[in-house]
Design a protein around this ligand. Structure first.
Ligand code: ADP
Length: 639
């Protein structure tokens, strides 16, 4: 009796079920930003305002219906204790009323559950979509510094926490408040004096509940910490590298000693929080019992005086329990609300991360209306340093992941790089590893933005172009192209979703990969990628060339494979490259003499600068880095 459907029986009280949600951070004196609730409302809750309103209505109706039976019981008891004509009818009607109220309460609580599930799921959908979209637009630098696992688990936990905030916590809160108000209202309507007396024990009650609740919360937090410690010891020792170190240097007895310390702590806290949790309940039920005793004692006296009827005393007794119970849940409400809001706060923290590489206001389309791109690429006195943690929001997010980042600006990686690649030209970049060749290539499709100078395509600074038109104009083939865990066909179509099967096959033929694909177990429907069919390096690169051919960009950025291929794949890759580069401007990080010798222009990069430039013949004649590289590397690489 008096159990509220939303509360699920004193929800928010049991250790590990509500007071402190497992796996979720409990705000510890954390200040929530002002206006957080307003923002949640504006950005996520407002679209559901009608349903939220209905939900509140359903909650209110359920709560009121929960306390209503007390008045019907009063009617029955009074009819029994003071039999009058029509008493039997009154009893019949009241009993029917009890059933009716129960039916209505059941209906409302079902409807309420449906509404809260609907709102919750829609909200989760909105949040996930917004987060996915925001994170995928983050610059590459973000992904190089963020642990994917931590990011994903954080996104998942916060989204679920936020959903709980909107439907669970606030639903419970609303239900409890309405139930207290309804119960106290009915109590006052029976006897204001008795209500006043019963409520006067409340301060003591709240005080005790708060104290024990806080202790329970501390214990749960301590338990979570000890658990994490224990898990750390296990993961550190039980991975291959750790296990090897422990075997070579470790003393198993000491190891188990150390593990036992944290495991013992977990056990102790478990026992203590079980006892404190029970203590909490015991205090609550003692107080409820005391309250009920007071009601029956004083109420009984009032009934003897004739100032209250027997039915009123019984009804009051029922109402007292129904008022105390949600009150006890409400003592913990501030913590619950805060915990729930923290999730939203963390979601907003991610949504507020700036997008430094995005369309500028008034960005123009490369190639104008008809989209014809000439493909002239100009580097004008470009300097570049990899972004640092000075970007405070990114840093704070990462600090959230337990990473402390060096806050200084990285060293310049490129200095005064200037060159012009005419439309259709092939420009080869050569130089020792770490010279900055990849970095130069990354600046063309704006994987990063220059820190000084400018990169221009057809005379327009790439930062003034729409990202969409820039991406369409620049095709990139990396050394080790990434394939998604999907079919060959889907991976190819990623470059151009509208491509027909014929176009896909034509591109694969041109890239010298069609025959290889046809020999796969399921042809174009073979699953490739991380856990799929493993293609060789040369095959992957040719697939990636086919992908670029489908995309048909005016400019190609290519990182030639350094790995030695067998001569057959080598010939196939060279043939594929000739097709791919024909008629396009290309920037090639070249490792093979054939590619270099065929280039219109060779840029020799060293220490972030262009130290030599010219054609193969010119550079061979001039003594310098190129001639050295030629003698030590290229000549050998083309055997
Ligand atoms: P190359 O392609 O000529 O081998 P890179 O352009 O890859 O050279 O690297 C140039 C320099 O930039 C190197 O010193 C490298 O350590 C540094 N670098 C490359 N990528 C990053 C990154 N994501 N963050 C910081 N430094 C980087």
């Amino acid at each position: 009796m008096g159990m509220h459907p939303v509360m699920g029986g004193g929800r928010g009280m049991l250790p590990g079920t509500g007071l402190v949600r497992r796996g979720q951070e409990v705000p510890e004196g954390k200040k929530l930003p002002k206006g957080l609730v307003g923002r949640v409302w504006r950005e996520f809750a407002r679209p559901y305002r009608l349903r939220l309103f209905l939900l509140l209505g359903a909650i209110a109706a359920t709560s009121v219906l929960t306390v209503l039976p007390a008045r019907l019981i009063e009617v029955i008891v009074d009819a029994i204790s003071q039999p009058a004509p029509g008493a039997a009818t009154a009893i019949n009607l009241a009993a029917l009323g009890l059933i009716g109220v129960a039916l209505a309460a059941g209906g409302f609580s079902l409807w309420q559950r449906y509404l809260s599930a609907w709102i919750g799921e829609e909200l989760i959908f909105d949040l996930r979509r917004a987060l996915f979209d925001h994170v995928q637009r983050m610059p590459l630098a973000f992904f190089t510094r963020t642990q994917t696992g931590a990011l994903i688990s954080r996104l998942n936990n916060d989204v679920i926490g936020a959903q709980r905030a909107l439907t669970g916590t606030f639903g419970t809160l609303a239900a409890n408040v309405v139930q207290v108000v309804a119960a106290v209202g009915l109590m006052v309507s029976i006897s204001w004096l008795l209500t006043l007396i019963v409520l006067s024990v409340l301060p003591l009650f709240v005080f005790l509940a708060k104290g024990v609740g806080r202790r329970l919360q501390e214990l749960t937090r301590e338990g979570m910490q000890l658990n994490a410690e224990m898990n750390t010891v296990m993961t550190e020792r039980f991975n291959v590298a750790g296990a090897a170190v422990a075997k070579l240097f470790g003393r198993p007895a000491d190891e188990v000693e150390e593990f036992s310390r944290s495991a013992r702590g977990v056990a102790d806290v478990g026992v203590r929080s079980a006892v404190v949790g029970r203590l909490f309940f015991t205090i609550l039920s003692l107080l409820a019992a005391a309250g009920t005793a007071v009601v029956y004692w004083l109420g009984g006296r009032f009934a003897l005086d004739g100032s209250m009827s027997a039915g009123q005393v019984v009804a009051f007794g029922v109402l007292v329990t129904q008022a105390y119970q949600p009150l006890s849940a409400l003592t913990n409400a501030p913590v619950e609300v805060l915990t729930a809001l923290v999730s939203f706060d963390r979601v907003f923290e991610i949504l507020d991360l700036p997008h430094p590489i995005a369309d500028r206001p008034g960005a123009v389309r490369l190639g104008g209306e008809d989209g014809r791109v000439r493909g002239e690429v100009v580097f004008d006195d470009v300097t570049f340093a990899y972004p640092s943690a000075a970007d405070s929001s990114l840093a704070s997010l990462e600090r959230g992941f337990g990473e402390v980042l060096d806050a200084t600006t990285g060293p310049p990686v490129l200095r005064g790089v200037s060159f012009v690649a005419e439309p259709g030209q092939t420009v080869a970049l050569v130089g020792p590893s770490g010279a900055g060749k990849t970095t130069i290539c990354n600046l063309v499709p704006r994987l990063y933005d220059v820190t000084g100078g400018a990169v221009r395509i057809d005379g327009i600074d790439v930062r003034d172009l729409t990202l969409e038109s820039l991406t369409a104009a620049v095709g990139v083939v990396t050394q080790d192209p990434h394939l998604f865990h999907d079919t060959v066909r889907a991976n190819l179509r990623y470059a151009r979703p509208s491509a027909t099967d014929e176009e896909i096959i034509a591109a694969c033929r041109a890239a010298q990969i069609h025959d290889v694909i046809m020999a796969l177990p399921d042809g174009y429907d073979t699953i490739v990628g991380e856990r799929g069919y493993r293609l060789s390096g040369g095959e992957k690169q040719r697939l990636s060339i086919a992908r670029v051919l489908l995309k048909d960009p005016a400019i190609i950025v290519l990182d030639e494979a350094t790995a030695h291929l067998d001569s057959e794949s080598e010939a196939a890759v060279q043939q594929a490259l000739r097709t791919a580069l024909a008629g396009r401007t290309s920037l090639v990080i070249a490792h093979r003499l054939s590619t270099i010798a065929g280039a219109d222009q060779i840029l020799v990069v060293d220490g972030g600068r262009i130290v030599q430039r010219g054609t193969h013949d010119e550079l061979i004649r001039a003594e310098g880095l190129y001639a050295d590289l030629y003698r030590t590397q290229f000549a050998r690489a083309t055997t």
